[in-house]
Design a protein around this ligand. Sequence first.
Ligand code: HQG
Length: 180
Amino acid sequence: MEKNLKQISKFMSLVLRHKPETIGLHLDEQGWAAVDELIEKMNEKGAGVDKAIIRQIVDTNDKKRFAFNEDQSRIRASQGHSIDVDLGLEPVTPPDILYHGTAVRFLEAILQDGLLKQNRQHVHLTALKETAIAVGSRHGKPVVLEVNASEMTKAGYEFYLSANNVWLVEIVLPEYISVS
Ligand code: HQG
């Protein structure tokens, strides 16, 4: 993605996932913002966006981070929120094994306390090992953990799949984790 679009996309992640108040944006309980309001308020901060640019970011974003509602009047982040939103996702049976990429320096704490959602609303997991490596690399030297999703499902944990294919769960206890 072009550098400027990437910058705008990062700004959109900030206001649609974490800090809508930085531009005075209103999100509803499901995390939706009015597209016109998003454009107006981002432009008050000098973003220089219009609907075509927002549409281009929704369509071309490498992780499909954002989605429109049906008539494209509203937009939200598909996952990754730190603010309290209800994405309205239904529980889905996951593949037997899911992966979580993290940094080696977190390993000891994770094997002791489990995977915690930290600032976000869920722990983020992926069905693809390569994705886990990329996610882990954001934090330092990466390590991939295997999560025994099949045993977790049997134990009653609910998994959700975001619109952009990120697996979400409340917590992963150490007994379900092994180093891949
Ligand atoms: C770690 C990106 C110590 C956890 C990605 C992770 C993802 C612990 C970090 C999405 C721990 C939190 C989320 C414990 C967990 N002790 N460290 N007990 N439990 N951690 O960024 O999963 O590009 O909040 O391993 O693709 O890295 O933003 O979570 O390293 O889907 O769209 O605490 O962000 O998507 O970091 O990434 P994050 P994440 P976007």
